[in-house]
Design a protein around this ligand. Structure first.
Ligand code: CFM
Length: 474
């Protein structure tokens, strides 16, 4: 499995260690791309920072909470439009975004006073919300504001409020993955064990590493409830702050995204003896296996099987319709983290598409290992790609569609490659049996929509030369 050198990155020799081509009959022990390292100077990375990983990925899906960033207002950018972790309390956490709006004078004189003023103001403006998380940013970390002390002051003055402090400034790791780790550990250290829940079932789980992208959590929680399982908390999609303080009372942690949330599961096992069960809500096969595993753990396999039988009978014919039309289509599977291995094998098996490339922006080598193992021979695997490398890969591999984020997605459109939003989805949820069919429908629409054929028509006197618009040849 040789390392792959991009033409455009020849001037950055270190990049060569970050991409490999999976050869015929080769296994992953011969070469793995480097992963989870600091971005190489000179390559324009597309990663998020450790603050982003803590706040925008894991913290903010919590629904009944004022989420406040202690830093410049620009750090709060990712809200409406870029995030789609909806909630059943009218999306409070997405609608309102708070920052202390630190300026140069605060860097010089400190910003603790302005922080306290902001906390009070935010609680007063939303009297129904009594929970808050405060996120440190690079600016407030560098000047050393004591956020925890201010939070404690407010809690002493207002006994009905509770505040969680997350010290994960942007520089606290090579990518957002560092922030996932920080907030997992901060939450268990500060909050787990501080609320005692009401137990209503013999089967009690925390659903962990699930962020309710366009309703994923609700689809999955419905299966669990139909099995008679009490979902004590969801970490963190559509999750409630106080439910998450009671995580220590679950019988089982059901872990979906291991990349972002295995840390808290591992700690819950060490500190409270709660076992961890990794599952997968994507794809008929993996989801069925997952429900069976949970059923087996509690001795209620028959309930799991009944749901699987009902759902498969209902949705399989539609999936087969799409599979027949997607067969052989070439896909670049370019998400941020764990979706490369959640999806690689199963989209091939259940939708018939060929995965010609996988990449991850911040995954660790273990994620690559799993992702590459699940790809077909010939796939190009890239760690922390830059825009030019992605373009070069698309020109070389000529995919029919790429699954990625909206920023690289817009770049792909410029060279007439359709893209599907792997992060926020187009028309999700994608989890669950019905979600998987929605995913297939979105892929079908991305590839076959007439709009793409129209976009390939040359109506301009400044037309893109044929060799640049390779998609015209499809
Ligand atoms: Fe886990 Fe995620 Fe992902 Fe992730 Fe993400 Fe995401 Fe993602 Mo975007 S927690 S690693 S940091 S599955 S936000 S819900 S889609 S890059 S592959």
């Amino acid at each position: 499995m040789p390392y792959h050198e991009f033409e455009c990155s020849k001037c950055i020799p270190e990049r060569k260690q970050h991409a490999v081509l999976k050869g015929e009959g080769e296994d992953i022990t011969s070469a793995l791309p480097q992963g989870y390292l600091n971005t190489i100077p000179g390559t324009i990375s597309e990663r998020g920072c450790a603050y982003c990983g803590a706040k925008h990925v894991i913290g903010t899906p919590m629904k009944d909470v004022i989420h406040i960033s202690h830093g410049p207002v620009g750090c709060t950018y990712d809200t409406w439009q870029t995030k789609r972790y909806i909630s059943d309390n009218d999306n409070f956490q997405l609608k309102y975004t708070f920052a202390t709006d630190m300026k140069e004078k605060h860097i010089v004189f400190g910003a603790e006073k302005v922080l306290k003023k902001n906390i009070i103001e935010a609680f007063d403006a939303h009297p129904a919300i009594k929970r808050m998380t405060i996120y440190q940013t690079c600016a407030s970390a560098l000047i050393g504001d004591d956020i925890a002390a201010i939070a404690q002051e407010v809690m002493d003055e207002r006994p009905d409020v509770d505040i969680f402090v997350c010290n994960s400034p942007g520089f606290a790791g090579p990518s957002q993955s560092g922030g996932h780790h920080k907030i997992n550990i901060a939450w268990i250290n500060q909050k787990v064990g501080t609320v005692e829940p009401t137990i209503t079932s013999d089967y009690v789980i925390n659903y962990v590493g699930e962020y309710n992208i366009q309703g994923d959590q609700e689809v999955m929680a419905d299966y669990f409830k139909r099995m008679g399982i009490q979902v004590l908390s969801t970490f963190t999609g559509n999750g409630s702050y106080d439910d998450l303080r009671a995580m220590h009372k679950a019988h089982l942690n059901v872990l979906e995204c291991a990349r972002s949330a295995e840390y808290i599961c591992n700690e819950l096992r060490v500190r409270y003896g709660i076992p961890r069960l990794d599952i997968d809500g994507f794809g008929f096969g993996p989801l069925s296996d997952s429900l069976r595993k949970i059923g087996l753990f509690f001795g209620i396999e028959d309930r799991a099987q009944a749901i699987i039988d009902e759902e498969v009978a209902r949705w399989k014919p539609e999936l087969e319709w799409y599979k027949a039309r997607l067969h052989g289509k070439k896909v670049c599977l370019w998400p941020g983290g764990s979706k490369l291995w959640h999806w690689a094998h199963v989209i091939h098996e259940e939708m018939g598409v060929e995965v010609v490339s996988v990449y991850t922006k911040f995954g660790h080598q273990g994620d690559m290992e799993k992702g590459i193992a699940r790809c077909e021979a010939g796939a190009l695997a890239i760690d922390d790609p830059n825009e030019l490398e992605s373009l070069e890969a698309m020109y070389t591999l000529k995919p029919d569609v790429i699954f990625t984020g909206k920023r690289p997605g817009e770049v792909a459109k410029k060279i007439r490659v359709p893209y599907l939003n792997a992060h926020a989805y187009h028309n999700g949820p994608y989890k669950g049996f019905e979600g998987w069919v929605r995913f297939a429908r979105d892929i079908y629409n991305a590839i076959y929509s007439p709009i793409h054929q129209l976009s390939m028509l040359d109506i301009s006197e400044h037309a893109i030369p044929a060799d640049r618009g390779f998609a015209t040849a499809r």
